[in-house]
Design a protein around this ligand. Structure first.
Ligand code: PGA
Length: 251
């Protein structure tokens, strides 16, 4: 299975900054990389990122994604963006259930599952984020939390579950510079793999990414773990050199 390195730009960037970042990525990018690559950008920039990609053959292998999607198809949902709209802008991926959305927008496991379903219905691959807080880890609830979060998505999506990407992102590691050790991450990834295996005989298609302070220095030791199939990268995806080093570590 090819690894997937996905950047999560979060609410960062500007037209000018994005253009500079993509130009720098294009310079260092392999035309036929051995891993899949994506950047998940703020929705208003989807068109400009796609336009730059279309004009630069070096960016051909870089897929574009969004960071959230509505669970609804159409209608009176002010501020929301539907999966069909993302699809019109050639979104290949959309992040759902990021811990920042669970925390600041009170997204429930059920809502995240419905968002994954909306994405799949539009032909977009949801990158479903799961992960425990520091308090949950210290209380010994890590497995229970990530399994509950993934179970909701499995329950809502049936056999389509083989088409998702999972991202294990321990909340305490996001943006903190504290990474899960390769062993800590691997043990949670193995739990998620077993859960997927019980849900579908196509489980081998599902990539499980690690996210949370992955950077150029620690990527290789994480990506070598048997059940870590790539990375979801926040801070380090905003620096071309770092993102390219992580891509190199995945090949
Ligand atoms: P980070 O963010 O790499 O900055 O920790 C990862 C994420 O939130 O997806």
């Amino acid at each position: 299975m090819k690894k997937l390195i996905a950047g999560n730009w979060k609410m960062n960037g500007s037209l000018a900054a994005n253009e500079a970042l993509l130009a720098a990525l294009a310079q260092g990018m392999d035309a036929a990389p051995a891993c899949d690559m994506a950047v998940c950008v703020p929705a208003p920039y989807l068109a400009s990122v796609q336009a730059q990609k279309a004009g630069n053959p070096n960016l051909a292998a870089l897929a574009v994604g969004a960071q959230d999607v509505s669970a609804h198809a159409v209608g009176a949902f002010t501020g929301e963006v539907s999966a069909a709209m993302l699809k019109e802008f050639d979104c290949r991926y959309v992040i759902v259930g990021h811990s920042e959305r669970r925390q600041y927008h009170h997204e429930s496991d059920a809502l995240v599952a419905d968002k994954a379903k909306a994405a799949l219905a539009a032909g977009i691959t949801p990158i479903v984020c799961v992960g425990e807080t520091l308090a949950e880890r210290e209380a010994g609830h890590t497995e229970e939390v990530v399994k509950r979060q993934l179970a909701a998505v499995i329950h809502a999506n049936g056999h389509c579950i083989s088409e998702i990407v999972v991202a294990y992102e321990p909340v305490w590691a996001i943006g903190t510079g504290k990474t899960a050790s390769p062993e800590e991450a691997q043990s949670v990834h193995a739990v998620l793999r077993a859960q997927l295996k019980a849900a579908t005989d196509q489980f081998a298609r599902v990539r499980i990414l690690y996210g949370g302070s992955m950077n150029a220095a620690n990527a290789a030791s994480l990506l070598v773990q048997p059940d870590i199939d790539g990375g979801l990268i926040g801070g380090a995806a905003l620096k071309a050199d770092d993102f390219l080093k992580i891509i190199a570590a995945a090949q």
